[in-house]
Design a protein around this ligand. Structure first.
Ligand SMILES: [Fe+2]
Length: 209
Protein backbone atom coordinates (compact mmCIF):
# COMPACT_ATOMS: atom_id res chain seq x y z
CA UNK A 1 0.00 0.00 0.00
CA UNK A 2 1.41 3.40 -0.92
CA UNK A 3 1.41 6.61 1.12
CA UNK A 4 -1.69 8.05 -0.59
CA UNK A 5 -3.69 4.91 0.07
CA UNK A 6 -2.61 5.02 3.69
CA UNK A 7 -3.65 8.65 4.07
CA UNK A 8 -7.10 7.79 2.70
CA UNK A 9 -7.42 5.15 5.41
CA UNK A 10 -6.71 7.80 8.04
CA UNK A 11 -9.29 10.13 6.52
CA UNK A 12 -11.81 7.30 6.45
CA UNK A 13 -11.26 6.57 10.14
CA UNK A 14 -11.58 10.24 11.07
CA UNK A 15 -14.76 10.50 8.98
CA UNK A 16 -16.36 7.68 10.97
CA UNK A 17 -15.22 9.20 14.28
CA UNK A 18 -16.75 12.53 13.24
CA UNK A 19 -19.80 10.68 11.92
CA UNK A 20 -20.55 9.37 15.41
CA UNK A 21 -20.60 12.98 16.68
CA UNK A 22 -22.67 14.16 13.72
CA UNK A 23 -25.34 11.48 14.33
CA UNK A 24 -25.35 12.01 18.10
CA UNK A 25 -26.26 15.63 17.45
CA UNK A 26 -28.56 14.94 14.52
CA UNK A 27 -30.66 12.66 16.73
CA UNK A 28 -31.13 15.62 19.11
CA UNK A 29 -32.40 17.71 16.17
CA UNK A 30 -34.82 15.09 14.83
CA UNK A 31 -38.51 15.93 15.13
CA UNK A 32 -39.96 13.20 12.92
CA UNK A 33 -40.08 9.89 14.83
CA UNK A 34 -39.17 7.76 11.84
CA UNK A 35 -36.21 9.98 11.04
CA UNK A 36 -35.00 9.83 14.64
CA UNK A 37 -35.19 6.03 14.60
CA UNK A 38 -33.33 5.97 11.31
CA UNK A 39 -30.54 8.20 12.61
CA UNK A 40 -30.28 6.18 15.81
CA UNK A 41 -29.75 3.11 13.63
CA UNK A 42 -27.17 4.94 11.50
CA UNK A 43 -25.41 6.10 14.66
CA UNK A 44 -24.98 2.51 15.78
CA UNK A 45 -23.82 1.43 12.32
CA UNK A 46 -21.33 4.30 12.18
CA UNK A 47 -19.90 3.27 15.56
CA UNK A 48 -19.47 -0.20 14.09
CA UNK A 49 -17.77 1.26 10.98
CA UNK A 50 -15.26 3.00 13.23
CA UNK A 51 -14.60 -0.30 14.95
CA UNK A 52 -14.21 -2.12 11.62
CA UNK A 53 -11.65 0.43 10.48
CA UNK A 54 -9.75 0.19 13.76
CA UNK A 55 -9.53 -3.57 13.14
CA UNK A 56 -8.13 -2.86 9.65
CA UNK A 57 -5.49 -0.58 11.17
CA UNK A 58 -4.54 -3.27 13.62
CA UNK A 59 -4.29 -5.96 10.93
CA UNK A 60 -2.11 -3.70 8.79
CA UNK A 61 0.04 -2.63 11.73
CA UNK A 62 -0.91 1.04 11.38
CA UNK A 63 -1.16 3.44 14.32
CA UNK A 64 -4.79 4.59 14.40
CA UNK A 65 -3.87 7.57 16.58
CA UNK A 66 -1.30 9.02 14.20
CA UNK A 67 -2.13 12.58 13.16
CA UNK A 68 -2.14 13.30 9.42
CA UNK A 69 -2.82 16.53 7.49
CA UNK A 70 -5.80 14.91 5.79
CA UNK A 71 -7.51 13.73 8.94
CA UNK A 72 -7.03 17.16 10.55
CA UNK A 73 -9.12 18.67 7.76
CA UNK A 74 -11.75 15.93 8.07
CA UNK A 75 -11.93 16.52 11.84
CA UNK A 76 -12.32 20.26 11.31
CA UNK A 77 -15.25 19.71 8.94
CA UNK A 78 -16.89 17.24 11.32
CA UNK A 79 -16.60 19.67 14.22
CA UNK A 80 -18.06 22.42 12.05
CA UNK A 81 -21.06 20.27 11.23
CA UNK A 82 -21.65 19.64 14.93
CA UNK A 83 -21.36 23.38 15.59
CA UNK A 84 -23.86 24.12 12.83
CA UNK A 85 -26.43 21.84 14.46
CA UNK A 86 -25.79 23.28 17.92
CA UNK A 87 -26.28 26.75 16.45
CA UNK A 88 -29.54 25.73 14.78
CA UNK A 89 -30.86 24.13 17.98
CA UNK A 90 -30.16 27.35 19.92
CA UNK A 91 -32.31 29.32 17.50
CA UNK A 92 -35.31 27.53 18.95
CA UNK A 93 -36.94 26.54 15.66
CA UNK A 94 -37.11 22.75 15.84
CA UNK A 95 -38.27 22.24 12.26
CA UNK A 96 -35.42 24.33 10.90
CA UNK A 97 -32.88 22.58 13.13
CA UNK A 98 -34.08 19.23 11.82
CA UNK A 99 -33.41 20.37 8.25
CA UNK A 100 -29.96 21.67 9.20
CA UNK A 101 -29.23 18.27 10.74
CA UNK A 102 -30.35 16.44 7.58
CA UNK A 103 -28.06 18.65 5.49
CA UNK A 104 -25.16 18.07 7.88
CA UNK A 105 -25.68 14.31 7.67
CA UNK A 106 -25.73 14.48 3.86
CA UNK A 107 -22.46 16.45 3.85
CA UNK A 108 -20.78 14.03 6.25
CA UNK A 109 -22.08 10.97 4.42
CA UNK A 110 -21.00 12.29 1.02
CA UNK A 111 -17.39 12.14 2.20
CA UNK A 112 -17.94 8.83 3.99
CA UNK A 113 -19.54 7.30 0.90
CA UNK A 114 -16.67 8.36 -1.34
CA UNK A 115 -14.05 7.10 1.12
CA UNK A 116 -15.56 3.63 0.98
CA UNK A 117 -15.99 3.71 -2.77
CA UNK A 118 -12.27 4.52 -3.05
CA UNK A 119 -11.33 1.89 -0.50
CA UNK A 120 -13.20 -0.61 -2.66
CA UNK A 121 -11.07 0.44 -5.64
CA UNK A 122 -7.88 0.23 -3.60
CA UNK A 123 -8.74 -3.29 -2.45
CA UNK A 124 -8.84 -4.43 -6.09
CA UNK A 125 -5.23 -3.31 -6.56
CA UNK A 126 -3.83 -4.78 -3.38
CA UNK A 127 -2.78 -8.33 -2.57
CA UNK A 128 -2.47 -10.60 0.43
CA UNK A 129 -3.58 -9.54 3.88
CA UNK A 130 -3.97 -5.87 2.85
CA UNK A 131 -6.42 -6.86 0.15
CA UNK A 132 -8.32 -9.15 2.46
CA UNK A 133 -8.55 -6.67 5.33
CA UNK A 134 -9.84 -3.82 3.16
CA UNK A 135 -12.15 -5.84 0.97
CA UNK A 136 -13.72 -7.59 3.98
CA UNK A 137 -14.30 -4.22 5.66
CA UNK A 138 -15.68 -2.78 2.44
CA UNK A 139 -18.05 -5.71 1.99
CA UNK A 140 -19.38 -5.22 5.49
CA UNK A 141 -20.13 -1.49 5.30
CA UNK A 142 -20.85 -0.78 1.62
CA UNK A 143 -24.63 -1.25 1.65
CA UNK A 144 -25.03 0.70 4.86
CA UNK A 145 -23.04 3.62 3.49
CA UNK A 146 -25.27 3.71 0.42
CA UNK A 147 -28.36 3.78 2.61
CA UNK A 148 -26.98 6.50 4.91
CA UNK A 149 -26.35 8.84 1.99
CA UNK A 150 -29.29 8.21 -0.33
CA UNK A 151 -31.96 7.97 2.35
CA UNK A 152 -30.84 11.11 4.13
CA UNK A 153 -30.68 12.98 0.83
CA UNK A 154 -34.32 12.03 0.42
CA UNK A 155 -35.21 13.22 3.91
CA UNK A 156 -33.36 16.48 3.39
CA UNK A 157 -35.21 17.20 0.14
CA UNK A 158 -38.68 16.25 1.44
CA UNK A 159 -38.28 18.09 4.74
CA UNK A 160 -37.36 21.22 2.80
CA UNK A 161 -40.36 20.82 0.47
CA UNK A 162 -42.65 20.37 3.47
CA UNK A 163 -41.10 23.41 5.15
CA UNK A 164 -41.75 25.43 1.98
CA UNK A 165 -45.40 24.40 2.02
CA UNK A 166 -44.93 22.30 -1.11
CA UNK A 167 -45.97 18.69 -1.73
CA UNK A 168 -43.70 16.47 0.30
CA UNK A 169 -43.42 12.70 0.53
CA UNK A 170 -42.59 11.72 4.09
CA UNK A 171 -40.95 9.34 4.73
CA UNK A 172 -39.15 9.90 1.40
CA UNK A 173 -39.50 7.40 -1.47
CA UNK A 174 -35.83 6.44 -1.01
CA UNK A 175 -36.92 4.99 2.34
CA UNK A 176 -39.90 3.02 1.06
CA UNK A 177 -37.98 1.68 -1.92
CA UNK A 178 -35.01 0.78 0.30
CA UNK A 179 -32.62 2.53 -2.09
CA UNK A 180 -29.01 1.36 -2.06
CA UNK A 181 -27.68 2.62 -5.40
CA UNK A 182 -27.30 5.97 -7.14
CA UNK A 183 -29.59 4.82 -9.94
CA UNK A 184 -32.14 3.65 -7.37
CA UNK A 185 -31.99 7.07 -5.73
CA UNK A 186 -32.63 8.74 -9.09
CA UNK A 187 -35.61 6.45 -9.68
CA UNK A 188 -37.00 7.14 -6.21
CA UNK A 189 -36.70 10.87 -6.82
CA UNK A 190 -38.47 10.42 -10.14
CA UNK A 191 -41.28 8.39 -8.56
CA UNK A 192 -42.14 11.16 -6.09
CA UNK A 193 -43.78 13.04 -8.94
CA UNK A 194 -46.41 10.33 -9.30
CA UNK A 195 -46.74 10.08 -5.52
CA UNK A 196 -47.54 13.78 -5.16
CA UNK A 197 -49.78 14.02 -8.23
CA UNK A 198 -53.45 14.42 -7.50
CA UNK A 199 -53.00 15.18 -3.83
CA UNK A 200 -55.02 17.85 -2.17
CA UNK A 201 -53.94 20.81 -0.07
CA UNK A 202 -50.23 21.29 -0.17
CA UNK A 203 -49.89 18.96 -3.12
CA UNK A 204 -52.42 20.88 -5.18
CA UNK A 205 -50.65 24.08 -4.29
CA UNK A 206 -47.39 22.58 -5.52
CA UNK A 207 -48.89 21.52 -8.82
CA UNK A 208 -50.23 24.92 -9.69
CA UNK A 209 -47.07 26.78 -8.76
FE1 LIG B 1 -19.85 5.01 7.78
Amino acid sequence: MNEQMESLLYEALETEIGGVQVYTNAVRCAQNDELREEWEKYLEQTMRHEEILREVFETLGLDADKETPGRKVVRHIGESLVQAMTMALKEGEPEAAQIVAAECVVLAETKDHQNWELLGEIAKKLAGKEKKAISDAHGEVEDEEDEHLYHTQGWSRELWLDHLGLAAVLPPPEEKKDVKTAIGAARAKQSRKEMTRGRKGRAAHAETS
